[in-house]
Design a protein around this ligand. Structure first.
Ligand code: HEC
Length: 149
């Protein structure tokens, strides 16, 4: 009985390997990217790229296990949900009100240690933000918010 079950499971695992979610890799550079419209100090840009862009931009750097299902689906969902919330590569397409609100959320997420997602930092240890990194991002987001009319 157990062997039959394992066999069926193995077959299912093989079958789901045939499904590949489309990758989040842009072929063109977005004209609405945040850095094209607002100044972002290099250190902040670096932090956002390492800790946030895999889920909040038009370009994800895919790890090897993204080639294996069901991880690919799991990653794909994070990217889809993340981009829907805030996409730094489309930031300038938001209304002023939305931009300010999203920056509030950035501050909130970092203060509460909700972003980057813990399930992500377990593997991407480089994405972990130090207390100093957090303070710099928060200060930057608050400053930027003041410049948006
Ligand atoms: C592994 C993917 C991933 C990474 C990395 C990541 N996020 Fe997210 N983010 C998500 C997902 C998924 C959501 C939507 C669901 C949720 O709120 O948990 C989200 C939601 C958000 C939201 C909206 C939250 C709200 O108020 O509902 C903000 C703002 C945000 N992320 C900012 C960031 C910032 C800033 C970073 C980097 C420091 C970051 N995220 C890194 C996946 C990610």
């Amino acid at each position: 009985m157990i062997r039959k079950l394992l066999f069926v499971l193995a077959i299912l695992l093989l079958i789901i390997q045939l499904f590949r979610p489309e990758k989040n890799i842009a072929t063109t550079v977005s004209t609405n990217a945040i850095e094209k419209h607002y100044t972002i100090p290099e250190d902040i840009k670096g932090l956002l790229k390492t800790s946030c862009y895999d889920c909040h931009s038009n370009n994800t750097v895919y790890p090897w296990y993204s080639k294996v299902q069901p991880f690919a689906w799991w990653l794909d969902n994070h990217v889809k949900d993340g981009k829907q919330e805030i996409n730094f590569d489309e930031f300038n397409s938001y209304t002023a009100k939305k931009k300010k609100h999203k920056l509030d959320e950035v501050v909130e997420m970092i203060e509460q240690d909700e972003m980057p997602l813990r399930s992500y930092t377990v593997i991407h240890t480089k994405a972990v933000l130090s207390p100093q990194d957090k303070n710099s991002i928060i200060a930057w987001a608050k400053d930027l918010q003041k410049t948006i009319k």
